[in-house]
Each structure stands twice: as C-alpha cells, then as structure tokens.
Ligand binder design. Structure first.
Ligand SMILES: Cc1cc2nc3c(=O)[nH]c(=O)nc-3n(C[C@H](O)[C@H](O)[C@H](O)COP(=O)(O)OP(=O)(O)OC[C@H]3O[C@@H](n4cnc5c(N)ncnc54)[C@H](O)[C@@H]3O)c2cc1C
Length: 350
C-alpha cells in the first residue's frame, strides 16, 4: 500500500514526485515512452513572451520557485541541469526597437528586459537592428533530467516501465488498486497521452507538435540563445538546436522532411556561415485552449487527479503548479482558478 501512483514521468510527473519525496509520501510511478515532449524540449526558461514583449502568466513567481527546485534537484541527483543562458531577441526593424524600449519601462518587465540595445558583433549572423537582451534566463537539460530521475526511481524500486493498463485499474472507496499496488490516490501526468485516458479525455487538450533540427556550425561561435523567427540554442561542441515549429494537425512524434526544410529556410535568412544538419527530434506539447495548466480532482472519482497542460513552458510552470496540486490534495488549499481543471468540467463533462 502506498500513498500515490503517478502515471507519466515527464516534467509534470517528476515535479510531482519531488513534492512527494520532500514530504515523505510513499509512491510508485508507471511510465512508458509513448510521449517525448520532455525529452525533446529546448528546456529554455524565459519569463517573457518574445512576440509581444509581455510577461508570461505568473512568470516572475514561477521563475523563483523553479530556480530553487532545479538547484535542489541538481544537488539531490548529483548532476548539472541548469545552464544560465542569455536570450537575445533579434529585432526586425527600428519600430521593434522602440516597442522594446516601451516594454522595458513597464513594471514587472523592467526586471527582465535590458533597456540597452545590443549591437550584433557576430559576423556569421545577420542582425542589422541588433538585439534586445532578456535577463535571468537559462536552459534546463530536460533530457538528462528525465533519464537521471528514472534511474533515481529505478534504484529505489519505485518505477514500473510499462504503459498504464486502464483495464487493470479498480476504484475503491478509499483508493485504487492497480495490479499488486494499492494506493490512496492516483495522479495522471501523461502529457499528450491524456487523450487515451478514459477518465480525463473529456478535457480540452489540444496538443501542438514541435520539431527541432540540430546543426553543426564550427564558424558560428555563438554562446547566447538567439530568437529570430526560430530559436538558435547553443548546445556545446559547435552544435546548435534550431526551432521549434508549432503544428496542430500532425500528432505523431516523428520528425518530418517538410518541417526540416521550413526550419532550414528560416535559419538561412539569419545565419550566414556553413553548417550541416546532424539531427532532428519531434514531440507533442500538451497545450490547452486557454494556454493554462489543467490540474485538479476528477469530478466523479475523488481518488483521481490530473496534472497536465504544461504547454510550451513546462520548465517554468512545472514546479509551482505541482506544488499547488500537492497542497490542494494534502492541505485542502484551494487551487488557483486559472489552472483548476474544474473550469472545463461543466462545459465538457457529462
Ligand atoms: C519541440 C518542443 C520544444 C519545447 N521547448 C520547451 C522549452 O524550451 N521550454 C519549456 O519550458 N518547455 C518546452 N517545451 C514544452 C515542454 O516540453 C512540455 O511543457 C513538458 O515537457 C510537458 O511535460 P509533461 O510531463 O506534461 O508531458 P510529457 O513530457 O509528454 O510526459 C508524459 C509522460 O507520460 C508518459 N505516458 C503517457 N501516457 C502514458 C500511459 N498510458 N502509460 C504510461 N506512461 C504514459 C509519456 O510517455 C511521457 O513519458 C517544448 C516542447 C516541444 C515538443
């Protein structure tokens, strides 16, 4: 008998397991490799929406919680996860420079937007209008995080590497039975896999596929993350991650030729040195209609919870939202109505 079963070990599952471990709760995790979002993510944490120069939802608060969360994880797992990385937004025009100035004066944004226009000093990049620098940004190595966390759970005997079999789930008054495990509660953190969950598939998860290509460009010599029509993110050893796109119709995890071509065209408009493509990855972001997480208790089954909707900012959102779910369950603290899955219950649940 354990306190919890957690289904899914991406950013959502990991951040919830961390709440459980910190609070001495017992649990088992069931996960498979049907979804790849946390494995292929760029891992950037950046509180600013770079299209409109506005702050992302609750970003300042989330950043504070996330920084401590990943530092604690680095110490616990004995690995480096958090790489400080300036994000440079390439300007397309003088108008954009002016919009940046206006935005950098606003309360909240002033902490993150450097007012000084950064001139381009890299001959391999075309950026005649220079850049705006976003401060306090960085990158979490999410692939390393997932594999190290899996290993951590495996060593403790807490991990079942299998697809969750809904036919093996039995609901009782005081908990759930799954095979030989009895748990008081079950948390579904399946990313886009939620679509196959018969208990929660009424929730309006949209899903947005994204792909990155990896290039090797020895002459590029860029150490910052550059945002133009695509992100160019340095990964070390002259390798850069380039992307990602947003695709609504294809919900597979397979990289495609057409996206690769599209990303290359965008890249060539900015990068002027030689490079070759050395890899490509794809995954489906768990996005929601209103772009907010979807968290809470099942409307009918009190022992079931959902932790989903991390969309395109899972690195920032994960730690604070998981903590909210934990305190909601254990301490009866109310969920922020913005993220409560109950906001969809009336409309979609029959
Ligand atoms: C191309 C791309 C780029 C991105 N870049 C960034 C970025 O720079 N910064 C950022 O913050 N976010 C980024 N994201 C978003 C981020 O990846 C997501 O927000 C986050 O990974 C979602 O985590 P999750 O745990 O909810 O889902 P997932 O990572 O999909 O994890 C769910 C897990 O549950 C498992 N699972 C599902 N169904 C079952 C089942 N029935 N049985 C057992 N296991 C199951 C899956 O296999 C998977 O392991 C990006 C995403 C993509 C695709």
């Amino acid at each position: 008998m354990v306190d919890y079963i957690v289904v899914g070990l991406g950013l959502a599952g990991i951040s919830f397991c961390e709440q459980l471990e910190k609070n001495g709760k017992t649990f088992r995790v069931v996960t498979d490799d049907s979804q790849t979002s946390s494995l292929v993510a760029g891992g950037l944490y950046n509180p600013v929406i770079l299209k409109r120069f506005t702050l992302a939802w609750q970003a300042e608060k989330q950043l504070k919680i996330a920084k401590t969360f990943y530092t604690d994880l680095e110490q616990k797992l004995g690995i480096k996860l958090d790489y400080t990385l300036p994000v440079y937004r390439r300007f397309h025009s003088v108008e954009e420079q002016n919009q940046w100035f206006v935005a950098s004066d606003k309360k909240g944004l002033d902490v993150f937007l450097n007012t000084k226009i950064q001139p381009n000093t890299n001959e391999s990049i075309d950026a005649p209008f220079g850049y705006g620098e976003v401060m306090h940004t960085g990158r979490i190595d999410t692939k390393k995080l997932v594999s190290s966390y899996e290993k951590h759970l495996q060593e403790k005997g807490l991990l079942l590497n299998e697809s969750f079999k809904f036919s093996d789930l039995q609901l009782g008054d005081n908990g759930v039975d799954y095979g030989s495990i009895f748990a008081q509660r079950i948390i579904f953190a399946e990313g886009f896999g939620l679509k196959n969950n018969p208990y929660f598939n009424y929730l309006p998860l949209q899903g947005s596929k994204g792909e990155y290509i990896f290039i090797k460009a020895p002459k590029l010599k860029e150490e910052r993350a550059i945002k133009s029509s695509v992100f160019i993110i340095p990964e070390g050893d002259d390798v850069y991650r380039v992307g990602a796109n947003y695709e609504r119709h294809d919900k597979s995890n397979e990289p495609t030729e057409s996206v690769r071509e599209g990303l290359l065209n965008k890249l060539k408009a900015v990068v002027k040195c030689d490079f070759k493509v050395v890899g490509q990855v794809a995954g489906v972001r768990p996005t929601v209609i209103d772009r907010k997480p979807m968290v809470g208790r099942h409307p009918k089954y009190q022992q079931m919870y959902v932790l989903n909707g991390f969309g395109s900012r899972g690195v920032l959102v994960g730690p604070s939202v998981s903590w909210q779910l934990y305190t909601y369950i254990e301490n009866d603290e109310p969920l922020d109505s913005d993220i409560d899955s109950a906001r969809f219950t009336q409309k979609f649940f029959r």
